[in-house]
Design a protein around this ligand. Sequence first.
Ligand SMILES: NC(=O)c1ccc[n+]([C@@H]2O[C@H](COP(=O)([O-])OP(=O)(O)OC[C@H]3O[C@@H](n4cnc5c(N)ncnc54)[C@H](O)[C@@H]3O)[C@@H](O)[C@H]2O)c1
Length: 244
Amino acid sequence: MSSKIAVVTGAGGGIGSAITARLIEDNFHVVALDINSENLKKLESNFSTNITTFNVDLTSAEKIAEVFKSIKAKFGGVDALVNNAGDCFMSEFPNIPAQEFDKQMAVNFSSAFYCSQESVKLMLERPGIKKIVNISSNGAYNFDVFDPPHYRASKAAMDTLTKDLARRYASEGISVNSIAPAMTESPLFKVLSDEILSKAISQMPRGAAMKPDEIAAWVGFLISSAGDVSSGNVIILNQGRDVR
Ligand SMILES: NC(=O)c1ccc[n+]([C@@H]2O[C@H](COP(=O)([O-])OP(=O)(O)OC[C@H]3O[C@@H](n4cnc5c(N)ncnc54)[C@H](O)[C@@H]3O)[C@@H](O)[C@H]2O)c1
């Protein structure tokens, strides 16, 4: 078994499964967390070694604490965390129900917050430079695209967490960065109407959405030793769409 441990949230999804594949290729043992048990089973059958899965609802801080207790008992620590779990709820302001707002923040932001708290405790005991990569969204910065305000705000909160933790743990060897992709082909596209989807794809300069592997390659780079010197950055991936 690989000795380096990477926790990936939302590991069963489009971008999460590409990140999982990339980190296994890079010789990590991946602890894959997701609420979708079918997708976790697919991951287990795709990778015979170097994967451990936990079926968990990451909107619960208590469940997150339990999972990290098991990770500590089984692996002793964590070297990398990728906060990738997310969803995009599409009600529009000023008619967003309170329950939807709370769920949006819980899935996208609170999950990353509590997984980071638990991981940092386990990272401080590990040698070398440890990594947290937060999967944000270009939607937090581009106000011409469709993203609803609670989705944007959840990702902006995540990017502020990135900067806070980067500063807080700079001298303790934990590097924290965000990757903020624009349109990336994944099952999440199902939340969009055909009209919104085709408009958003036509706004991409290369006329096509990006691929999960392309995002995973940047995660792999940040987690590799080449990424050691980067911390506190929000890296926007959008084929140059928003350059003016
Ligand atoms: N696809 C895009 O165009 C795009 C663009 C910008 C940012 N992102 C971000 O990328 C990340 C990955 O999204 P994706 O496109 O792969 O979508 P996806 O729907 O394929 O994957 C999301 C994963 O998160 C999991 N998840 C959702 N709620 C959960 C919960 N409560 N507990 C545990 N797991 C949960 C889902 O089961 C799923 O496996 C998300 O944070 C998303 O906001 C995606």
